[in-house]
Each structure stands twice: as C-alpha cells, then as structure tokens.
Design a protein around this ligand. Structure first.
Ligand code: NAI
Ligand code: CS2
Length: 469
C-alpha cells in the first residue's frame, strides 16, 4: 500500500535507500540565516549547499525562510517541518536528496513582527535573498523606486531588523544577494542606503560600518515545479508526497565574495568558491548563460517552441545562440586566467540540451525589463564602442518586441503596460532604448542596429503567420 503521507522526519525510514537524508540533529541547530524569497532556486541552491555544510559538521546554520508575497511555499513546507527534496535530473538518470536546512517559512504580511524579530535575533548572522530582479524595487535608471519600496518590500524589514540590532548592541549582518543582478551586492548596498536615507538616516553610518553586502555569482538551472513533477517525485520517494520538491540539473556553481560581517558556513565543503572578486564569473554567467537563455526564450517562443531543450535543438536558434556566446558576449568579458570561455559556451549548450529538465521558455521570458539590460544591452554597448554589430542579440530584441506586442500572450513584467505601449509605438526601438526611452542605457542604437531590430520584428511576425497558416 503506497503511502500518500507527506515528507517528515518520522517518514525517513519509509524512504528508499537511494534517497539521502539529513544526518545531523536539525532540532539542535540554531537559525543562523534568514532568507527572503524562499523559492525554487534557493531550495535547490543555497539551502542545498547549507545542508551539505551541516552534513559536513558545520553547526547552527539552519535557515528561516520569509515569503514577501504569497503563502504558497509556507503552506507547502511548514507541514513538512521545513523538509523537502532536491531531485537532480539529466539524461544519465535522477538522484534525490532530502534537504533539512530549512526550519520553516514565515509569511511576512501575516507575521511582520516575527520577521523583524528573526533579523534581530542574536544567532542570526546572515540574511540572504532570492527575491527576483524586480524585488529590488529599482527604477529603470537603477535607483530605488521609493513608491515600490513600501511596507511589503524587503527594505522595510531589513531596516527595522537592523535598527533593532543596533539598539540592542548586537553585531551587524551580512546581506547576501543571490539574485541574477550585475554587481548584486553593491546594488543591494546602494539601494539600502537610499532606503535608509529616507526612513532611518541615523542608521546609515552603522550599516556601512557593521554590515556587508558581498557580491555573488549563482548558477543552477531550476525550473518551476509542476504537479506532474510532484507525482514523479512521489514515486522516487517511495510514495511520500513532497509539496516543496524542486527539480534541477546536476550542475551547480556558487562564487561568493569573501567579505562577511561575521561568521559564515563553510559552503566550500559543498563546492562553493570564496573569492576576492566575483566580477569575471558573474559577467560570464549573465552575459553568456542568461543572455542565451533570453534569446532562446523570445526567439524560441516565436518559432513555436515551449522548452529550452527544444529551442536549442532548433538549428536556426543553435546557430544564433552560438553567435551570441562566442562572437558577441565572450569578447566583452575579461576572463580570469584559466577561464576558458569557449569551453564554457560548449558546457552551456550541453546544459540547455538536458532533455530531463522541462524548463519553460515562458518562465525565462518573464520580467524582461529587469533582465535585458544586464544580459544584452551592456554587451551591445561594448560591441558598438568597437564598431561591432551583434546580429543575434538584435534578433532577440526584435523577438522581445514581438513578445511585448502580445505575440506569446499576456506579458508578465513589472513594467508591462509601459513596455506594451512602447512596443506598439511607431518607432519601438527609440521608445524603448533611445534617449529618454523606457530602458535608455549606454547602448544608443545606431541606424543600422535600429533597422536590424525593425527587420527582426517584421520577420518574427511573419514567422508566426507562416506557423499559423
Ligand atoms: P520562484 O518564483 O520560485 O521564487 C521567487 C521568489 O521571489 C518568491 O519567494 C517570491 O515571493 C519572491 N518575489 C517575487 N517577486 C517579488 C517582489 N517583487 N518582491 C519581493 N519578493 C518577490 O523563482 P526562483 O526560481 O526561486 O528564482 C528566484 C530568483 O533566483 C530569480 O529571479 C533569479 O534572480 C535567481 N536565480 C534563479 C535561478 C533559476 O534557475 N530558477 C538560477 C539562478 C538565479
Ligand atoms: C533564467 C535563469 O529565468 C531566467 O531568467 O535565465 O533563472 C537561469 O535559469 C539561471 O540564472 C541559471 O543559473
């Protein structure tokens, strides 16, 4: 009789031998980390590393998750005592590990005082974040959007928690952004200062002296989990249900600037790297992996594909992605000694082709206003300065404009309404990227580039018509 019971410590004995479980006393470990944005990526990445560190003997690094938006993950994880499984999948097969590093999840809108108290707890030393690019409440120019940085934003809770720590004579915290932002730690620090300048100016000096915001490069492909995935996971777990399961690839990488305000787990035990400068790793990741992902998303959707592995198998798109990786992005990256960008490009294409990961192009296509500046526009600007064109990225911009015109259905983006209006303007390239445009940046399109994008818009519209006829 297969159980439909949920994952729990009592159920460990019911798990197949092939499933690895936490072998440390979870109840004896203090919470050392508060994490904002306990979504799929955190569970498959930072919490997975932290679990490995505690399996290797590190103590008191349990994670308390905080959801700033919905209660869904709290409802999935809290009945399981914070337990969940990470399933690594590839053409070679699948492996399951139950992760025990998460104590539970708070829903900020329901228990704001508990969130602030967790930040002010003496045992808390690190606050980490995966709140998506839009969670940083930035204007298009990259400053803090004070209207967005409201009572529900991460900034409100950080400011109140840090104020309580200062008033209680406690040490500062390390604020560790693990989001796909260029220079993520420095952006977080700057945005925090802009928030404190308006809400608690007296805290700024202490924040600068007692807290740090290290930069990180984070990499593991983690698609959103579907109900079909949960059914497959249950079969792997001997029939136990895991509502919070995450499915990912065997590959994982975490490069962290070793600049902490206090103690940190030895995540190196699980393969993380502590370095003085994250930039070469982060630039390669954002301008190559993420840029290629966005190209596959918009161009792949326009050509009728639904998943990454399907789009990268399309010969037309494979040629475009190779061009982006090798001819457009790589030349703008100052590689570290030993950092082989051509080999990295080959590894990326192999990861994208993973047939066991159903990574939806529509998920990657979300929030383009927050992603495209660091994934494409910076590369365009650096190539333009050398008089070089980027035909693949320009084709991608054409497909993004088609997307913003509703070519793939409703647009999911914090700037959706403004983007849709700009995409429908008589000159969408100027409305989006020209002087005063919605995403104006150091890349100012030349006439040749603007014409290439306009032609790509026409071509991608034709592609839809031909696909529909
Ligand atoms: P998810 O949808 O599972 O989780 C997103 C989390 O962000 C949720 O906790 C949600 O409540 C929170 N959030 C969303 N909008 C917010 C806002 N405006 N303010 C505050 N919190 C907000 O997504 P997932 O997969 O966990 O990805 C989250 C982030 O992690 C990505 O945006 C990216 O920056 C980073 N990342 C994701 C990877 C992946 O493959 N999924 C890989 C590398 C980085
Ligand atoms: C993806 C990233 O959704 C997206 O925008 O490009 O989440 C990507 O899966 C990760 O950065 C891989 O590390």
């Amino acid at each position: 009789m297969r159980s439909s019971a949920g994952l729990s410590p009592a159920a460990f004995s019911a798990l197949p031998q092939s499933v690895t479980c936490p072998d440390y006393d979870r109840d004896a470990q203090a919470v050392g980390i508060v994490h904002f944005g306990i979504g799929a990526f955190h569970r498959a990445h930072q919490a997975w590393y932290t679990d490995a560190a505690m399996r290797a003997g590190e103590r008191d690094w349990m994670i308390l998750g905080v959801s700033l938006r919905s209660a869904d993950v709290a409802q999935q994880m809290n009945p399981q005592g914070g337990l969940y499984s990470v399933i690594e999948r590839s053409a070679a097969g699948a492996a399951a590990r139950v992760v025990g590093a998460v104590r539970g999840v708070l829903v900020a809108r329901d228990e704001p005082d508990a969130v602030v108290a967790a930040l002010a707890a003496p045992a808390t030393r690190i606050v980490s974040l995966t709140i998506t690019e839009k969670g940083y409440c930035r204007t298009a120019a990259g400053d803090l959007d004070h209207a967005a940085a409201d009572e529900g934003s991460v900034f409100r809770f950080l400011a109140q928690g840090l104020r309580q720590r200062l008033d209680a004579g406690l040490p500062g915290l390390t604020l560790l952004s693990c989001d796909n932002l260029a220079d993520n730690g420095h952006q977080l620090a700057r945005l925090m200062h802009q928030y404190l300048a308006r809400h608690d100016p007296a805290l700024r000096e202490w924040f600068a002296a007692a807290c740090t915001c290290p930069c990180t490069m984070v990499d593991r492909i983690v698609p959103a989990t579907t109900d079909n995935d949960r059914a497959a996971v249950s079969a792997m777990l001997g029939g136990l249900r895991d509502e919070a399961a995450v499915l990912t690839e065997p590959f994982s990488q975490w490069v962290i600037e070793d600049r902490f305000a206090g103690p940190r787990p030895d995540w190196a035990q699980a393969g993380a790297r502590f370095v003085a400068d994250v930039a070469p790793f982060e630039m390669a990741k954002l301008r190559m992996l993420n840029a290629a992902h966005s190209l596959l998303a918009y161009r792949g959707l326009a050509r009728g594909h639904a998943f990454v592995h399907q789009a990268v198998a399309d010969p037309v798109l494979l040629a475009e992605v190779r061009g982006l990786l090798l001819n457009e992005a790589a030349p703008t990256i100052a590689a570290e000694p030993g950092q082989d960008l051509a080999a990295y490009a080959g590894d990326l294409l192999a990861r994208f082709a993973n047939p066991a990961l159903a990574h939806r192009l529509a998920q990657i296509a979300m929030d383009g206003s927050q992603k495209i500046p660091q994934r494409w526009l910076a590369t365009l600007a650096e190539n333009a300065a050398r008089g070089e064109l980027c035909p693949a990225i320009l084709a991608g911009l054409g497909a993004w404009i088609r997307h913003l015109r509703g070519g793939n259905g409703p647009v999911s983006d914090p700037l959706a309404s403004q983007l849709e209006a700009a995409a429908r303007a008589s000159d969408p390239v100027a409305a989006l990227f020209g002087p005063g445009g919605l995403l104006a940046s150091p890349w100012q399109p030349s006439r040749t580039e603007a014409e290439a994008v306009a032609e790509a818009v026409r071509r991608s519209a034709d592609a839809v018509v031909s696909a529909q006829t």
